[in-house]
Design a protein around this ligand. Structure first.
Ligand code: ATP
Ligand code: MG
Length: 423
């Protein structure tokens, strides 16, 4: 137990942590170009928030939450997703008084008690955006285009964008009746969870993971064939813009999304080659959520991308990222005086913006050079008593073997000069 992390969790460390940093940098960069600011919310919330905000007939709430009673006898839940918290913050911090829409993003750990497997963890990470205060289809297209741009900049290939409209409460009411009638005919074959959902929320059955319910869902009436005129016009507005941006999509009437609060546009980016856990990103509109949580009537839309799944997909496509951190220079030394000089030099170089490294374990000169090579240092210098006295040394290019004389007191400038030359 002591040296085993809990099931479904991961340690992310070098060099993979560099890949994470790279991806997060890309996410932040794309978000800032699209005008989304970062929001940080607590890792845990009152359980009630998720019951209301995710929906108590969802798999997440019914089966997957990490809920506990704290020492003050409150029911607390580790967040299974980000939307409910951002909506809570929107209401609590009066963000609705800001110019609308309010466009925010987050990069957060989430917690769901699920059966761990590739692409399915108990602690995982999401990059997500949430927009409040626009019911315009152009914002649906904007967030989809944000994902599209991010994935293209990262170089992710073979992802399909699926879109669908699941209507509004008005059109869904009539549709629900058709759906209930359809599933009633097959009542005995439904799984127990779906039997209990049938009257309360038949739409959830379409998202059930059990193979039998999945088979039944295939032939069920499709919501997209029953949406009202307003929802249909909205959907057309989204499609027109995706077409204008040359973003390919497939209309997939089977996507309904796992959370209760979705309305109108829903979408998923699905990777073609990572097996069962292939949805890299899912999102949609949730026009009823803010009001459901006690805030003013405010439309909303967002998506969340699973970072672990994004990485799995990248890896399965053999994406090659140069994510190792290699020193610009390694300063080897022989003897005490030279070691002290090396200490000073690496400190100065680090201050000047270089990744400089020196011996930390008492290696021989030969072993130091071997180590410098192993960690991929671009340049090395060797300091002995002579170099310390003359304040000069030879700078060796580790790739070409070429050596040039440098003044120790102008080492940072010399490296800068070299970098300029290489650009
Ligand atoms: P799935 O159908 O795969 O269970 P979901 O509908 O539960 O997904 P969302 O709630 O929409 O997923 O979460 C958004 C994204 O977060 C998913 O598309 C996926 O990439 C990622 N994700 C969800 N659950 C997990 C998990 N347990 N482990 C890793 N990533 C996850
Ligand atoms: Mg799920």
């Amino acid at each position: 137990m002591l040296t085993k992390a809990p099931r479904g969790t991961n340690d992310i460390f070098y060099p993979k942590s560099n890949l994470w940093q790279y991806l997060e940098t890309k996410m932040r960069s794309v978000c800032s170009r699209f005008g989304y600011s970062e929001i940080m919310t607590p890792t845990f919330e009152h359980t009630e928030l998720f019951l209301r905000g995710v929906g108590d007939t969802t798999d997440v709430v019914e089966k997957q939450m990490y809920t506990f009673t704290d020492k003050g006898d409150r029911s607390i839940t580790l967040r299974p997703e980000g939307t409910a918290s951002v909506a809570r913050a929107f209401i609590e911090r009066n963000m609705y008084a800001n110019p609308l829409p309010v466009k925010q993003f987050y990069i957060i750990p989430c917690f769901r008690y699920e059966k761990p497997q590739a692409g399915r963890l108990r602690e995982f990470h999401q990059f997500g955006v949430e927009v409040f205060g626009s019911q315009n289809p152009t914002i649906d297209a904007e967030i989809i285009s944000l994902v599209h741009m991010l994935l293209s900049e990262i170089g992710l290939k073979s992802v399909t964008l699926n879109i669908n409209s699941i209507g509004c409460p008005t059109c869904r009411k009539a549709y629900n009746e058709k759906l209930i009638a359809y599933f009633k005919e097959h009542y005995d074959t439904l799984c127990d969870t779906c039997k209990s959902r049938l009257e309360r929320n038949p739409l959830r059955i379409l998202d059930c993971k059990s193979p039998i319910c999945g088979e039944l869902a295939k032939d069920a009436p499709k919501l997209i064939d029953h949406i009202c005129e307003e929802c249909s016009t909205h959907f057309e507005g989204v499609k027109t813009r995706l077409d204008a941006l040359n973003i390919p999509y497939v209309i997939n009437p089977d996507i309904v999304r796992g959370l209760d609060y979705y309305t109108k546009t829903v979408f998923e980016f699905v990777a073609e080659d990572i097996g069962a856990q292939s949805t890299v990103c899912g999102g949609g509109r949730y026009d009823g959520l803010v009001q459901e949580l006690g805030g003013p009537e405010t439309p909303g839309i967002g998506f969340a991308m699973g970072i672990e799944r994004l990485i799995l997909t990248l890896e399965s496509q053999g994406a090659n990222f140069d994510v190792e951190t290699k020193p610009d220079i390694y300063i080897s030394s022989i003897g005490d005086a030279a070691d002290v000089e090396a200490e000073k030099l690496v400190y100065i170089l680090r201050g000047a913006g270089f990744y400089a490294e020196k011996d930390r374990v008492g290696r021989s000169l030969k072993a130091q050079m071997k180590y410098a090579d192993k960690i991929g240092a671009a340049y090395t210098i060797v300091l002995g008593d002579d170099e310390v006295t003359s304040r000069s040394a030879e700078l060796k290019n580790m790739q070409t073997g070429e050596k040039t004389g440098v003044q120790l007191d102008a080492l940072a400038d010399a490296l800068k000069e070299i970098n300029r030359g290489e650009e």
